[in-house]
Design a protein. Sequence first.
Length: 98
Amino acid sequence: MKNKSTVPTKNPGRGKKGPRIDGARYDAMRAALLDVIPHTGDGVAFASLPGLTRPKLPRALFEGASIPWYVATVKLDLEARGLIRRVANVSPQRLRRT
């Protein structure tokens, strides 16, 4: 994705809109999430994503930012775009790449 000043995110919820976020942060978080969410197996627990993505993110870019908020926002965007999905009938939430 081309870096823009802001990126409008999507939300898979009917009638819901995602926020506009910094393009560089979006690109970095998107890449980190797609790197840590597997295609197969039991997927990965949503709750573990902030810890798994943190080492993959540019420290200076996310200085003072809420990593869990960016994880949740970009995760919803990736779901809405069909790049990841929730593992069915599993609680707590687990995710897999499509």
